[in-house]
Design a protein around this ligand. Structure first.
Ligand SMILES: Cc1ncc(COP(=O)(O)O)c(C=O)c1O
Length: 400
């Protein structure tokens, strides 16, 4: 079914739901009663529509379903955002150039190309969030008989988009401790593959691989095929600099590292991401993005501030860790296991059907995501504020 069809059905269903409940959505949509009544009915709907409805609901008590950072953008980023509003009638060329320069200097990727509007770093590509960049890569490596190799389960944006342009997808299961099986992936890479996709840390499992092993894997396998490393959650690992494969780009390896500000930097709504890769890869990917043109000037001004604000990075990480430890305790106290996470979400096995579990949590105002793999039902819960985690614990203890 096409996306436009889904959206039409969704709109129709929302209208029917609101009508059926006798609600005037504009007036009552934000009350907890309305939220719960709607949530209770949602699960009579087809699964894919439920997903869209969940994302549309702003009135959850605890929204723990999109791995957002609830501690919000840092103060300097907020000030930069506000400060940029008056000048936002202009395109933000200068700030974008400044941000690209910062990245290029830090990652030692200073090769430039002269262009009409000035220089362009040939190994850096900015995006309005990393999804834009994942989409671009999915076209470059998915079209014309592309074939993507990845672990399963993993983050599906790039893979699904590649499939939409005709690519095949080959999978390798995770190890017993739910990490990427690098040996199996190395064995599985064949001449037919156009790209290897590695999400590290992995979504939905929250696991990361040993950085030395991943580095050795990248050095070897990238001689055969490009490796795309999705580092959306890298900032939450014990040592982001070591865990990141970005340095391999400067060393000339064919790895494509993509990062986002949506997680640790709390920019999910502000939309900032970037890719670091070899010049020929960046040139190809650029054809399928709007350069940096989709990024707003307030967002880029804020990005420069948060990027430099190391104190905030430590703060956000510490807050995440505190809430995560509380969540671990909640699960342990109820006799549940979980996969130890290097991210801002945790995956744990549930005893109910996972859709039912999610629906019961939703009825209690707590949004989570559900998965089913390895003959097991799972819940993925994002790390929120301590208050969010208390709401989670309350709802979870009622149904566990
Ligand atoms: C692994 C991974 N990559 C990329 C993204 C896309 O994030 P954004 O487009 O907000 O940068 C997400 C979002 O949750 C993600 O989990």
């Amino acid at each position: 079914m096409s996306t436009s069809m889904n959206r039409r059905n969704w709109l129709k269903s929302s209208a029917m739901l609101a009508g059926g409940l006798g609600l005037a959505p504009a007036l009552k949509w934000n009350t907890a009663e309305a939220a719960n009544a709607i949530a209770a009915q949602l699960y009579a709907m087809p699964k894919e529509q439920v997903g869209e409805m969940v994302m549309a609901r702003p009135q959850l008590k605890a929204r723990l379903l999109a791995n957002e950072n609830p501690f919000g953008p840092c103060k300097k980023a907020r000030e930069a955002l506000i400060g940029e509003i008056d000048g936002s009638f202009r395109y933000g060329f200068e700030k974008k150039a400044e941000f690209a320069e910062l990245l290029a200097q830090d990652y030692k990727l200073t090769e430039v190309e002269e262009r009409g509007r000035g220089k362009r770093y040939t190994q850096v590509l900015l995006g309005a969030g990393s999804t834009e960049l994942l989409m671009a890569a999915s076209i470059v490596y998915g079209q014309n008989g592309g074939r993507i190799l990845s672990a399963d389960p993993t983050y599906m944006s790039l893979i699904r988009s590649a499939q939409n342009v005709g690519a095949e997808w080959d999978t390798v299961p995770l190890t017993k401790d739910y990490k990427h099986d690098l040996n199996a992936l190395a064995d599985a890479v064949s001449e037919e593959h156009s790209m290897v996709y590695i999400c590290n840390p992995n979504n939905p499992t929250g696991t990361s691989v040993d950085p030395d092993e991943l580095r050795a894997f990248c050095k070897e396998v990238s001689k055969k095929k490009p490796i795309f490393i999705d580092e959306a959650y890298i900032d939450y690992t014990p040592d982001p600099e070591k865990y990141s494969m970005a340095d391999l780009v400067a060393e000339g390896y064919n790895v494509i590292v993509t990062r986002t500000f949506s997680k640790l930097h709390a920019f999910a709504g502000l939309r900032i991401g970037y890719t670091l890769a070899q010049p020929d890869v960046i040139a190809e990917m650029s054809k399928y993005t709007n350069g940096d043109g989709n990024i707003s000037s307030p967002s880029i001004a804020a990005a420069i501030e948060t990027y430099k604000d190391k104190e905030y990075h430590a703060y956000a990480k510490e807050m995440n860790e505190k809430s995560k430890q509380f969540l671990y305790k909640t699960l342990e106290n109820a006799g549940y296991e979980y996969i130890p996470s290097d991210t801002n979400f945790v995956l744990f096995p549930v005893r109910l059907d996972s859709n039912r579990f999610r629906s019961e949590m939703m009825k209690r105002g707590v949004g989570v995501r559900s998965w089913s793999f390895s003959n097991q039902e799972w819940c993925r819960v994002s790390i929120g504020t301590m208050q969010d985690m208390e709401y989670f614990a309350e709802a979870f203890n009622e149904i566990s």
